[in-house]
Every structure is written in structure tokens, then in C-alpha cells.
Design a protein around this ligand. Structure first.
Ligand code: GUN
Length: 277
């Protein structure tokens, strides 16, 4: 078994981004909006802001109260849509229930939608004419490219059908030439389906749900989950101990997909900036 070192791959990617920024005549700009004070979201937003500083981006961290009105949030996004210093706008999800998440995403200019969540960007990904691509699935594709796997014709199983990870992940793998099965909470015989897969990507948010005995010998296992156990330990959606000696490659948690998501956000912001200058 080999570990896919997401931390190192992300570090190399940030280094490459930094050297490209040094050759631009202005810094790429990212605005990150955090609504409310969910502690996990606050950590993610702080990490994104710090990553921007590391690679020489201009960054705006915008904190809004949990009771912000829909109109106020949309007008903040519209202001950023027309701000020439800003190449990327990210609204941290989930949003408080009184806000319409879909309307918020659709208000972000597709050219600045560095999360790749706008229907126009998702539509382009589905047509295999991608523009800005969702960060986590794109980061997983970078990891697969880095270990040198040939995806064409491979049997892939994606577990989880969310808009943020599962669905765009399946589309990325399809675009790369794989045969893709999307499994979810109502899938019958998940172990039987996993047993046929050359590449497994899991994003369900259930700690250690996927067992090693369900995995085909030599499969590549990508774990997108980050869950904190009552003991305080961080674990993925895959039971690492039972899977590590069956998989040929596996991502650890932490230090796997997580760092790739943020590095890919920087990559998207850089390409959005390059489109404009
Ligand atoms: N919440 C969890 N993951 C993400 C992400 O990739 N982007 C945003 N905006 N919010 C998230």
C-alpha cells in the first residue's frame, strides 16, 4: 500500500501558483464570505485566507452576522461581482436556513465562481467543456494524475451524490474516460458494487463507514470525509486500518484530500485572474 500525500502535492501546487503570481502585473484577488459563526466553517475560511496570503494573493475575508438578510447578502455579492481587484468569490456553505443557498450561488458571476457551483459552470462540466471546476473533485483529479494512474476505461465508484463533491466528482471521472457508478444512501448492495471498482471516491460524512473487506485488491481509495470522533481524533469515511493493506493507493485523513481542496481554490482563482489580464 502507498499513501497519497495530499499535503505534499498541495504544497507543490501552491509553490507553482506562487511563482506564477510573481510573474503577473497584479495579484489575483479572492473574497471569502462567512455568514454566522459556525466554528468548523470559521476554521475553513481562516485556512483559505491564510493560503491566499502564502501565495501572494489579495484576499478579503468578509464576516457577516447569522441574521443578515437575503438582500444584504446578495448586494454584497453584486458589489464583489463588479470589483476589479476580485477574481474569485466564495460563500462558505452551509448558510443559515433563512437564506436561499441556490439564489446566493446563482448571484455570483460565473466568471468569479471559483467554487464551480454556479449552474453555468456545472453545466459546462457536464458538457465536458469545463470552465471553473468544483475544487474538491478537481483536487482529487490532480492527486490521481500525480500518482500517474491511467483513468481511461477504469471502473470507478463514487459514494455520495452531493452537489459539492459526489456529482461533480462522477462527472470529472466520466470526462477522463472512466465508467462511473454513483452510490448513495439508498443504494442496494454497496459492498458488492465497491468490490468491482478500480477507483473508489467516498464523500458521505459517516466516520469509517467503508470497510476494507468491501474493497477490491489493489484498488485506489480516495477518502473525502473529515469526521471528528468523540475522542477528538479526526477520521475519514473509510476505515483506514482495514483498508490500507488491500488498496494499492489510499489517501490519509487528515493530510489527504483536505489540503488539495484549498490549493485547488487558489488554482481556480489564479486562472480566473489570468482570464482578465
Ligand atoms: N463547505 C464545505 N465545502 C465547501 C466548499 O468547497 N465550498 C464552499 N463554499 N463551502 C463549502
Amino acid at each position: 500500500m502507498s499513501i497519497i500525500d495530499g499535503k505534499q502535492i498541495a504544497k507543490d501546487l501552491r509553490q507553482s501558483i506562487k511563482s506564477q503570481v510573481d510573474n503577473l502585473n497584479r495579484a489575483p484577488g479572492l473574497a471569502v464570505i462567512l455568514v454566522g459563526d459556525d466554528p468548523a466553517s470559521a476554521v475553513y475560511v481562516r485556512n483559505k485566507d491564510n493560503a491566499c496570503k502564502e501565495v501572494g494573493f489579495y484576499s478579503e475575508k468578509i464576516d457577516k452576522p447569522a441574521d443578515i438578510t437575503q438582500e444584504e447578502l446578495l448586494s454584497e455579492i453584486k458589489r464583489l461581482n463588479t470589483d476589479d481587484r476580485i477574481d474569485g468569490i466564495l460563500v462558505q456553505l452551509p448558510l443559515p436556513n433563512h437564506l436561499d443557498t441556490n439564489l446566493v450561488i446563482e448571484t455570483i458571476s460565473p466568471e468569479k465562481d471559483v467554487d464551480g457551483f454556479h449552474s453555468e459552470n456545472i453545466g459546462k462540466l457536464m458538457q465536458n467543456k469545463p470552465y471553473l471546476r468544483p475544487c474538491t473533485p478537481k483536487g482529487v483529479m490532480t492527486m490521481l494524475a500525480t500518482i500517474g494512474v491511467d483513468i481511461v476505461g477504469k471502473d470507478c465508484v463514487v459514494v455520495g451524490a452531493s452537489n459539492i463533491v459526489g456529482r461533480p466528482m462522477a462527472m470529472e471521472l466520466l470526462n477522463a474516460g472512466a465508467t462511473v457508478t454513483i452510490c448513495h444512501s439508498r443504494t442496494q448492495d454497496l459492498p458488492g458494487k465497491l468490490k468491482l471498482a478500480d477507483i473508489v471516491v467516498v464523500a458521505v460524512g459517516i466516520p469509517q463507514m467503508i470497510k476494507g473487506e468491501w474493497i477490491k485488491d489493489g484498488a485506489i481509495v480516495i477518502d473525502v470525509g473529515i469526521n471528528r470522533l468523540d475522542s477528538g481524533k479526526l477520521v475519514g469515511d473509510v476505515d483506514f486500518e482495514s483498508t490500507k493493506d488491500i488498496a494499492s493507493w489510499i489517501t490519509p485523513v487528515p493530510g489527504g484530500v483536505g489540503p488539495m481542496t484549498i490549493a485547488t481554490l487558489l488554482e481556480n482563482t489564479l486562472s480566473s485572474c489570468k482570464e482578465k489580464i
